[in-house]
Design a protein around this ligand. Structure first.
Ligand SMILES: [Ca+2]
Length: 304
């Protein structure tokens, strides 16, 4: 079994492990008690691992100070570990286990949202990624031929249990936490109007209505007012999570619409390539005129 290690000042050293565990002397040289930190960053603030072909993966870039077994740990919003992913382009083997020691320096890993153990990430959730590195040399030094037992899991599908106390003898380096937003569902969108009918005759009686929307996990929102036949009369753009407009029954040119029923359509574009959500609401325009008499709004008849 060969593990490629890159040691500063020594170059690439090949460590040969067999029944008798022969290790190149250089690789045994401990190089200090406080290893440099690992770094981790993500290509995006989030992704949508839902198999629709759009932003289904997230690319992590990392840098590790020394060769080691590299694992990404994922934590939920409460800080509990929900799973881990072994970083390896192709599953090589370390003492017969599906683990690969990555060389020191920079590397990238494309994550598709799956985990070595546990369920793949799904739904909408905010998680945190952290890189852990068990440095190869210290791992070999402290565990030697018992490494296979410690890592467990046999030759197929074994995973590295970072919480295993036997691993504490190895130098473990962690990166800082990187927040990752997982959004695999289309946005939520709710459209509302304060009144179903606007009375745009300027008499003070319900001359305008409030139109509003709330959205979740949307990249942006937009709204159109159309006739029943689809002709667009007016457009608004909203924020990512909310929109509010006071509408006085006019079109984009400021012209009061004829009495009738119109349609307000809201569109919330999905985050990370998710499909859009569209909702519609009917709003009516009335030509009626009112006046305040004896403390009450009263309809002005056409005869008056
Ligand atoms: Ca997707």
């Amino acid at each position: 079994m060969r593990i490629r290690t890159g040691l500063a000042g020594i170059g690439v050293v090949t460590v040969v492990l067999a029944g008798g565990v022969a290790v190149a002397p250089g690789a045994l040289a401990a190089d200090g008690d406080t290893p440099a930190a690992a770094s981790l960053s993500a290509s995006s603030e989030g992704f949508s691992p839902n198999g629709d072909g759009k932003e289904d993966t997230l690319t992590f870039s990392y840098e590790i100070p020394e060769s080691g077994v590299v694992v990404l740990e994922f934590l939920n919003a409460k800080g509990a570990v929900i799973g881990q992913k072994t970083v390896s382009d192709e599953r090589g083997s370390l003492l017969g286990l599906p683990l690969t020691a990555e060389p020191a320096g920079e590397g990238t890993f494309v994550w598709d949202g799956t985990l070595d153990d546990g369920l793949p990430v799904s739904g909408n959730q905010d998680i945190t990624a952290r890189l852990s590195v068990l440095e190869t040399n210290s791992l070999l030094n402290c565990l030697g031929s018992t490494l296979g037992d410690v890592l467990g899991g046999g030759t197929d599908g074994g995973t590295l249990d970072l919480s295993n106390p036997d691993l504490e003898c190895a130098d473990q380096v962690e990166s800082g936490d990187v927040p990752v937003e997982v959004v695999t569902k289309a946005p939520g969108l709710t459209l509302r109007t304060s009144l179903g009918t606007v009375f745009p005759v300027r008499d003070g009686y319900r001359d305008s209505v409030s139109l509003s929307a709330k959205a979740t996990k949307a990249a942006s929102t937009s709204f159109t007012l159309t006739r029943a036949n689809g002709d667009v009369l007016r457009r608004w753009s909203g924020g990512e999570t909310s929109w509010k407009a006071l509408w006085d029954g006019t079109d984009s040119a400021g012209k009061t619409l004829l009495p009738g029923t119109y349609r307000l359509t809201g569109t919330a574009l999905g985050e990370y390539g998710n499909k859009a959500t569209r909702k519609t609401l009917s709003v009516r325009v009335s030509g009626k005129q009112f006046e305040m008499r004896d403390g009450e709004w009263r309809l002005v008849t056409s005869a008056s």
